[in-house]
Design a protein around this ligand. Structure first.
Ligand code: NIG
Ligand code: FE
Length: 413
């Protein structure tokens, strides 16, 4: 059974509303239906409302029943920024960082991204597939029903395509949906050392035309000593010409005007933004670019958090995501994101929920189909182990996701 499902006996159904990103203070308004129920048919939400009203003329025998036993129901989480397909690990580098070495100094010594590139090139398709699958399982456990994943640990045509095809196969085979991003401009590979410009040309002229149908998005690590504003602009404009949607890693380490660039080229999202300027924030708001904040990365790098509170107060649409990767942030813990967002970034739990659901969906251009519980959207939802969504920040660092439903099928029982 599955796909035709009734979700009942809830304490509350809690959801943002709408089919696009939510900006500014509206992020704090969630719709709450006490004692609600949801009817899902063929994986799509057919009706939701007070249980006594919407179930009164329904023959429940035609449906699988999910009894929530008096607990709260929310939309499935959307982790809109990860690098979850990679070979090897970098646990040694992490202990160097704990000793005080900076992320950039490790990169300059040949560690960092290029270290994972060597291991990802060596890994077989099957090894990447199996480790990716294990990571998806942990995501589902945390209530993630859609995830974005990036290439960018190949930095040559063959390995970039291998990463993209691993995600394509995982998307077909697994319960969770994957939005696929090409990120060949993640670092310059060793074979292009001192020839950075030629690597950018290689991406623009040779790689993008070959990957355009294998990835929905193109992302660039726009940062001092990585890819300049000009190179980032050229890569992303070429990607747009090829009908890809674009994103940026922007203003993570130093102020670099990446947020401004994201507004100028109307990116779907700009991500990190620890050092984004006020002008850049306003450019993002005015051009409807989603600001994706990755607090676990700031935590792991011992950096100051992005100014999420200020961004919301200035009217921006903020999303929260994990940035799971083997270097700067080897965690995809949704409870940790929630703790950092509410305790250190001063977002309310309501804003945090919007950032992890509807705005996460908007950050991967899917807010018309997922991210909130509304008629016509996909039946992607979670049941908590408590009756109120407020436990999500109160029960710090704990996984409160008891059940997960994807397209009307119960994938965590
Ligand atoms: O989003 N900032 C650049 N890229 C990743 C880190 C990748 C790595 O360290 O392997 C990030 O943090
Ligand atoms: Fe990242």
């Amino acid at each position: 059974m599955g796909r035709n499902l009734i979700v009942k006996n809830t304490s509350q159904i809690v959801t943002p509303s709408g089919r696009s990103a939510v900006f500014g203070k509206e992020m704090g308004s969630l719709k709450i239906i006490e004692n609600g129920a949801i009817i899902i048919e063929d994986g799509i939400i057919k009706a939701l409302g007070k249980e006594e009203e919407i179930l009164k003329d329904i023959n429940e025998e035609n449906y699988e029943i999910l009894d929530c036993k008096g607990n709260a129901v929310l939309p499935g989480f959307v982790d809109s920024h990860t690098h979850f397909v990679f070979g090897g690990y970098r646990e040694e580098e992490f202990s160097w960082r704990l000793r005080g070495d900076s992320y950039m100094s490790i990169m300059e010594r040949g560690g960092g991204i290029v270290n994972t590139v060597t291991k990802t090139r060596e890994a077989s398709f099957n090894e990447l597939y199996e480790s990716g699958k294990r990571r998806l399982k942990t995501m589902i456990d945390f209530g993630v029903t859609t995830v974005e994943g990036k290439s960018g640990y190949g930095l040559d045509l063959e390995t970039e395509i291998k990463q993209l095809e691993v995600m394509e196969k995982l998307n077909k085979d697994s319960d969770i949906d994957i939005a696929i991003t090409f990120m060949g401009a993640h670092a310059t590979p060793a074979e292009y050392k001192e020839r950075e410009k030629q690597y950018v040309d290689f991406i623009i002229e040779e790689v993008l035309p070959k990957v355009k149908d294998k990835a929905e998005f193109c992302d660039v690590f726009c940062e001092k000593n990585v890819f300049s504003i000009e190179d980032s602009r050229n890569i992303l404009l070429k990607a747009k010409e090829l009908n890809m949607k674009v994103k940026l890693h922007a203003d993570e380490i130093v102020p670099f005007k990446g947020a401004e660039l994201s507004g100028e080229i109307k990116a779907v999202s700009a991500d990190h933004l620890l050092k984004a300027s006020k002008e850049g924030m306003d450019d993002m708001r005015d051009n409807k670019v989603v600001s994706t904040l990755l607090p676990c990365t700031a935590f792991s790098l011992k950096e100051e958090y992005a100014k999420g509170r200020e961004m919301i107060d200035r009217g921006l649409a903020v999303a929260l995501a994990s940035d799971l990767n083997p270097g700067s942030c080897f965690t995809n813990s949704i409870p940790l994101i929630i703790a950092l967002s509410t305790i250190y970034m001063n977002l309310s739990i309501e804003e945090t929920i919007t950032a992890l659901t509807l705005n996460g969906a908007a950050a991967i251009d899917r807010s018309n189909v997922i991210g909130s519980l509304e008629e016509g959207k996909q039946g992607d939802l979670i049941v908590l182990s408590y009756p109120s969504y407020k436990f999500l920040c109160y029960n710090i660092g704990m996984n409160l996701v008891d059940k997960v439903v994807k397209n009307g099928c119960i994938i965590k029982k």
